[in-house]
Ligand binder design. Structure first.
Ligand code: ZN
Ligand code: ZN
Length: 124
């Protein structure tokens, strides 16, 4: 456990952290987005190529309207998990995963708590 470089290695992780700091992103949400983007159950299962592609995508997305879109979705969903109603650890999930050409359109996004989000990914 943990000794493979699948997460992307130190460089990619640094780049990711840098992006999060630079754009003041929510690390938790970025992680959940990465999982949707790569279509894996956890980020650790993603290949280096997937993480690389995600970092590039995130950089692009962060420049645009990540925060605005995220808030828009959370707001529309009443700041509650759409499965269990929790108001804690909210994340934004792509109904059609990014890895399956799902878009960043708000119609494709839904608010879930981290537990429900994880459960959902585990079941697919
Ligand atoms: Zn939930
Ligand atoms: Zn998801």
């Amino acid at each position: 456990m943990g000794k493979n470089g699948n997460y992307g290695g130190p460089k990619l992780r640094d780049r990711l952290c840098q992006l999060i700091r630079q754009h003041q992103l929510d690390a938790n949400l970025v992680k959940s987005y990465a999982v949707d983007f790569c279509g894996t159950k956890t980020l650790r299962e993603a290949t280096r190529e997937q993480v690389e592609a995600f970092v590039i995508h995130l950089a692009d997305w962060a420049e645009k309207d990540y925060e605005k879109l995220r808030k828009q979705v959370l707001c529309r969903d009443g700041w509650r998990c759409q499965v269990c109603g929790s108001r804690q650890n909210l994340q934004v999930h792509h109904k059609q995963l990014r890895s399956q050409q799902g878009s960043d359109d708000d119609l494709n996004l839904i608010t879930l708590c981290s537990a429900c989000h994880e459960g959902l990914h585990r079941s697919c």
